[in-house]
Ligand binder design. Sequence first.
Ligand code: NAP
Length: 276
Amino acid sequence: MNTDLHISFIGAGNMSRSLIGGLINDHYPAANISATDPDAEQRQQLATALGVNTYADNIDACAKADIVVLAVKPQIMATVCQQLAPALHKTKPLLISIAAGIQIQSLEKWLGSSQAIVRTMPNTPSLVGSGAAALFASKTVSDDQRQQAESILRAVGLTLWLEDEQQMDAVTALSGSGPAYFFLIMELMQTIGEKMGLSPEVSRLLTLQTGFGATKMALESELDCAELRRRVTSPGGTTEQAIDKLLDGNIDKLMNEALNTARERAIELTKLLGKS
Ligand SMILES: NC(=O)c1ccc[n+]([C@@H]2O[C@H](COP(=O)([O-])OP(=O)(O)OC[C@H]3O[C@@H](n4cnc5c(N)ncnc54)[C@H](OP(=O)(O)O)[C@@H]3O)[C@@H](O)[C@H]2O)c1
């Protein structure tokens, strides 16, 4: 990525900090990164920790920006965009929105003009550099700008492009909410391990390393998850007993219902947020 480009983050919360941290780890010059936060203490802390330029005023932060990352909470995105609209209309930077549930057409409505916009849905493991983000670009985004957006998100994990913005609701249900599904399964396994007589520490570490190991194996293997599962399920063995129990309890139906409910909620929230 061209490291001469100036990137401004509007809203310097958890997600922005992880993206800025990832960029700096990738040797992006901190001098070319700006971030805004209404809180003076937060700005001071950010400048000290990451060495980036900080601003209280969103418009000031965008004056020199080639790329503006919109990273405030979805509920205040309309206000922030309307405030920035005249400035962005003049400079026309690439806009990257990481806000959950905010459609490109809503951003265009609030900005009042056609802009190059990339909408992306990252997830919380971005905070530890292992995120998964899906991206969707508006028609006005150039190939160079697509690469720029991808480079920023790739600094904290995997990036994948979507063909259709509506797929973002499925992404929200799958990888956006997904970390919580894995946390729940690990929480249950750990508790059950303890009830079986393991110490909390032993049960916790065995659970977490097993989750990590299974994921690493699946990522590195040419085999799909179904085949990997078959290979560790010997006929008549212990794993088979457990898996049969889960399938008899309709875990597949339950997961299907869970993810579809999450997707429906994402659609509802997107409609609500777009009404602002
Ligand atoms: N965290 C995730 O896992 C995740 C995943 C996917 C998408 N996202 C999206 O990422 C965005 C940011 O999430 P986050 O978790 O980083 O939230 P966050 O930690 O609350 O960050 C938002 C930041 O915006 C600041 N802010 C508030 N009003 C502002 C204004 N008018 N102008 C500029 N900055 C302002 C807040 O400052 P104060 O705290 O001082 O108010 C805060 O530092 C959200 O839209 C969310 O939907 C997050």
